[in-house]
Design a protein around this ligand. Structure first.
Ligand code: MG
Length: 389
């Protein structure tokens, strides 16, 4: 039996983790659950799964939670409660959104646990802080992102421990988002509503906008660099509108290995929970008896400028990815509220990145500060400058 802590339990990754556990009750036992503020959903999960401990982020909700979870359930509170639970199970699923998730990542790896990581800040903003903790005995980082799960599987076809030796390049696939095939000139006046219609995955508004600008793919390039220690010049992006090939690796002999499945996040979650074994429930299995075609094309880097901005930040290193990620979040907020245009997102980030101060990512405070400064750089541009192309 593998014990599982689900942190960010009521969000998209957390609730799909619970579905995987439900499908394989003889294999996984949820021993800890944590949510920031969705107390009703957390209570329902605790009543069903009967964990040893639960945590709630908002201190005001402690009494409610304590009164309604099964007796003998330990109840913890705040970021410290999340971090404590991250040290208490065989596998820690980090589905926490934002910087609160970084503490969970650091706690899980420091205590030598397997971390099933869905929190983006942990690798994009704080890669240099996370890297050394991966050599703590017992610590293991398995990505819960469809592309990185795919690459992890592709690299297993070679020698994971020494995958650099035969690896030629990583190929991250991108759906291309709702504006694939369109040019910068016709995208000037697109609305938030149009950008929120993702063709293949159903996700929250922030990540859907990131998918429309290809920033999501840019952030994933940085994550791939951090996870697999592959230099940026050997990480490429391929547009693949069907989202069936989740990513690929090409080796020195010309072989390309790909991972294919229907889009279903329960597959990467189950992979991270069971690795190096595999679960027995086929989430996202492809029906090969049906006719299908798969298409691939290079990304349009002139129209989708965010992709290269992410490469630039990644190559600068230090706190530049944190700075850029903060700038992107502020720019997406500004777009969603109608303050800047869609093409203004890339322009705002570019100007913010030009102002990066070159600080190293040597502490939690340094990355949080860079994130904040990146956001401020976008907000200070206001609506008039931010909306030009
Ligand atoms: Mg992804």
């Amino acid at each position: 039996m593998t014990t599982v802590a689900v942190l960010g339990a009521t969000g998209s990754i957390g609730s799909q983790t619970v579905e995987v556990v439900r499908a394989e009750p003889d294999r996984f036992d949820v021993t800890a659950l944590a949510a920031w503020s969705s107390v009703d959903q957390l209570i329902a999960q605790a009543q069903e799964l009967r964990p040893d401990a639960v945590a709630i982020g908002e201190p005001d909700l402690f009494d409610r939670l304590k009164a309604e979870v099964p007796p003998n359930t330990e109840v913890l509170v705040g970021a410290a409660g999340f971090e404590e639970l991250a040290t208490r199970a065989d596998v820690v699923v980090n589905g926490v959104v934002g910087f609160a998730g970084l503490g969970v990542t650091l706690a899980a790896l420091s205590s030598g646990k397997r971390l099933a990581l869905a929190n983006k800040e942990s690798l994009i903003a704080a890669g240099p802080l996370v890297r050394p903790l991966r050599s703590v005995p017992g610590a293991e980082l398995i990505p819960v992102d469809s592309e990185h799960c795919a690459i992890h599987q592709c690299l297993r076809s070679d020698d994971l421990a020494d995958s650099q030796r035969h690896l030629e390049k990583l190929l991250l696939t991108a759906s291309g988002g709702p504006f694939r095939g369109r040019k910068a000139a016709d995208l000037k006046n697109v609305t938030a509503e149009q950008a929120l219609e993702h063709p293949t995955w159903s996700m929250g508004p922030k990540i859907t906008i990131d998918s429309s600008t290809l920033m999501n793919k840019g952030l994933e390039v940085i994550e791939a660099h951090e996870l697999f220690d592959v230099p940026y010049e050997r990480i490429e992006v391929v547009v693949h509108p069907e989202s069936v090939v989740h990513s690929m690796a090409t080796f020195t002999d010309g072989t390309t290995i790909a991972q294919l499945s229907e889009p279903d996040m329960r597959l990467p979650i189950g992979y991270a929970l069971a690795y190096p074994d595999r679960i027995g429930t086929p989430f996202g299995a492809i029906d090969w008896s049906q006719a299908k075609s798969l298409h691939f094309e290079p990304p349009d880097r002139q129209t989708f400028r965010c992709l290269d901005l992410a490469y630039t930040a990644g190559r600068i290193g230090g706190t530049a990815p944190a700075w850029m990620n903060g700038a992107n979040e502020a720019a997406v907020d500004a777009f969603l509220s109608g303050a800047i245009s869609w093409s203004g997102i890339a322009s705002s980030i570019e100007r913010a990145l030009e102002r990066h101060d070159g600080a190293p990512a040597d502490s939690f405070e340094a990355v949080v500060r860079a994130d904040r400064r990146g956001r401020e750089c976008v907000r200070s541009q206001g609506t008039s400058r931010g909306s030009d192309v």
